[in-house]
Design a protein around this ligand. Structure first.
Ligand code: GLN
Length: 499
């Protein structure tokens, strides 16, 4: 098996046992990036030297007989909305085009402590707003399965990097679905941890009450291994939960035994009908439900009546919080500064900078959010949306009194062609129809590849109770155990594909 086709768990074992060096492993992924990323455009920045230096240090430690952590020497790609000291971090926005952060996000500090070589920074929709990477200021990423199609978003770069064998693992951030939806449409695993279980310190904020960093991988076990590296309390994040992370690695291993007897899974009535969903996606999802039943899971239908209001509530809450968070890009503190000719007023420079620095979708959301928060409207819009959020949380609580986890398709449609959904913002927003409820409630959810629809990957989503990420990993891993070969092992031969 070649290095780039190995899972992160296999690579870690291979390095620990001396079958290959960490340097060889990092080099193999850097070579793959050099060979195919011109076509895929998953990376905004590649740090070959930094990654190789970390890899060599791991090899030196091993030679000296020092103990290695569970992912030591396994390379990783990081979504470019997570700050990395000394390495460009742009959020795919002109606003931060030349910004080099003076500090590391907590999850990056933990990745470095785990001795994982950082290959570089991956593309996304500007400030993580979008579902296709078409809103990146630096050009879209292409889906390795079909280069004429989107890789999902906002974290399309991380998903495409893993799907194309350019990185065994990647970091994503999920505010409304940006880890899971790219996972589903690229045939990779994406995990959104419990809100607050992973530190947000050093994430460029989009919607602070929703943003959650998490793993992108080819297998559930790999995702779990990365989850355990980055999770855990962080005093630098006031919403970080002071509690040990859920034991997701043990849960994934338990799931891989393929036994789900005694586990009760709820099919969400409101999503089961698949209204607006592609028939092929629903068919792939159904095979997943049948596979879970064969493993012994008890499958029942559960009604979550407020889930259908999740999308509109999200599109008030997320833009409201973003309008406040993005106020910091004011031409004064850092980032772009346009029109400072010594004549224009500070307000004029600020306006010119924000006009030039933000893309269309970001501006749309700032305007929407500013309006929803304006006095006289705040109760009617933002306040109402927060009430809907509470009702959705109660739907989850009621459901989890009856079942261990909920299941649904991850996204209503497979990877669409470039330009297909940019004309009407609502068409783009629909991509997250099934993923948003977990963001609003804060609970964990994973997307597992479940099959193909017209030759394109589809995902099944497992939603678990808050702080029970282990339940989601167990069920997801059990589903994965029924696939031979795993969908995510079919690394598409991008090099031969036409653009
Ligand atoms: N697609 C959703 C949006 O555009 C979710 C984005 C995300 O999770 N970062 O807001």
């Amino acid at each position: 098996m070649t290095i780039i086709r190995s899972t992160a768990a296999e690579l870690a074992a291979g390095i620990a046992e001396g079958r290959y060096s960490a340097e060889e492993v990092t080099k193999a992924f850097l070579d793959r990036i050099a060979a195919v990323d011109e076509k895929v455009h998953a990376f905004l920045h590649v740090d070959a030297e930094g990654a190789l230096a970390t890899a060599r240090a791991v090899d030196a430690d091993r030679a000296a007989g020092k103990p290695l952590g569970p992912l030591a020497g396994v390379p990783i790609a990081v979504k470019d909305i997570v700050v990395t000291k000394g390495m460009p971090t742009t959020a795919a926005s002109k606003m931060l085009e030349n910004w080099i952060p003076p500090y590391d996000a907590t999850i990056v500090t933990r990745i470095k402590a785990a001795r994982m070589p950082i290959l570089g920074k991956t593309n996304l929709d500007e400030f993580a707003m979008g579902s296709s990477t078409e809103y990146s200021a630096f050009g879209a990423t292409r889906n390795p399965w079909d280069l004429k199609r989107i890789p999902g978003g906002s974290g399309g770069g991380s998903a495409a990097a893993v799907a194309a064998g350019m990185a065994p693992l990647a970091i994503g951030t999920d505010t409304g679905g940006s880890i899971r939806q790219p996972g589903a449409v690229t045939g990779t695993v994406g995990g959104k941890p419990t809100y607050g279980a992973n530190s947000r310190y050093g994430l460029i904020a989009f919607s602070s009450s929703l943003d959650t960093p998490g793993p992108v991988a080819r297998t559930m076990l790999d995702a779990a291994l990365l989850h355990e590296v980055i999770a855990g309390h962080d005093p630098l994040d006031s919403t970080s939960i002071p509690q040990d992370p859920a034991p997701v690695v043990a849960a994934a291993r338990e799931g891989l035994t393929g036994d789900l007897s005694g586990v009760k899974l709820g099919v969400v009535t409101q999503f089961a009908a698949g209204e607006g969903a592609e028939p092929g996606v629903i068919a792939a999802y159904q095979t997943g439900v049948e596979a879970l039943a064969k493993l012994g899971a008890d499958i029942v239908e559960v009604s979550c009546p407020h889930f259908e209001y999740a999308l509109p509530a999200y599109y008030l809450i997320a833009p409201s919080e973003c309008s406040s968070n993005l106020a910091r890009f004011d031409s004064v503190r850092y980032g772009l500064r346009v029109g400072d000719d010594g004549v224009r007023s500070l307000e004029e420079v600020m306006a010119a900078t924000r006009e030039a620095g933000f893309g269309q979708e970001v501006k749309r959301r700032i305007m929407l959010g500013t309006y929803a928060l304006s006095s006289g409207y705040v109760d009617e819009f933002y306040g109402q949306a927060q009430k809907v959020r509470t009702l959705i949380t109660r739907d989850f609580e009621a459901a989890f009194n009856e079942v261990d986890a909920l299941i649904s398709p991850t996204t209503p449609f497979t990877a669409f062609e470039f330009g297909a959904r940019t004309a009407d913002p609502y068409q783009m927003y629909l991509a997250d129809l099934y993923t948003i409820p977990s963001n609003l409630s804060g609970g964990p959810a994973v997307s597992v590849p479940v099959g193909l629809s017209d030759g394109l990957p589809a995902g099944l989503q497992v939603m678990a109770p808050t702080l029970r990420d282990d339940v989601a990993y167990r069920v997801g891993a059990a589903l994965e155990s029924t696939q031979e070969p795993r969908l995510s092992d079919q690394i598409p031969d991008v090099a031969d594909k036409e653009l």
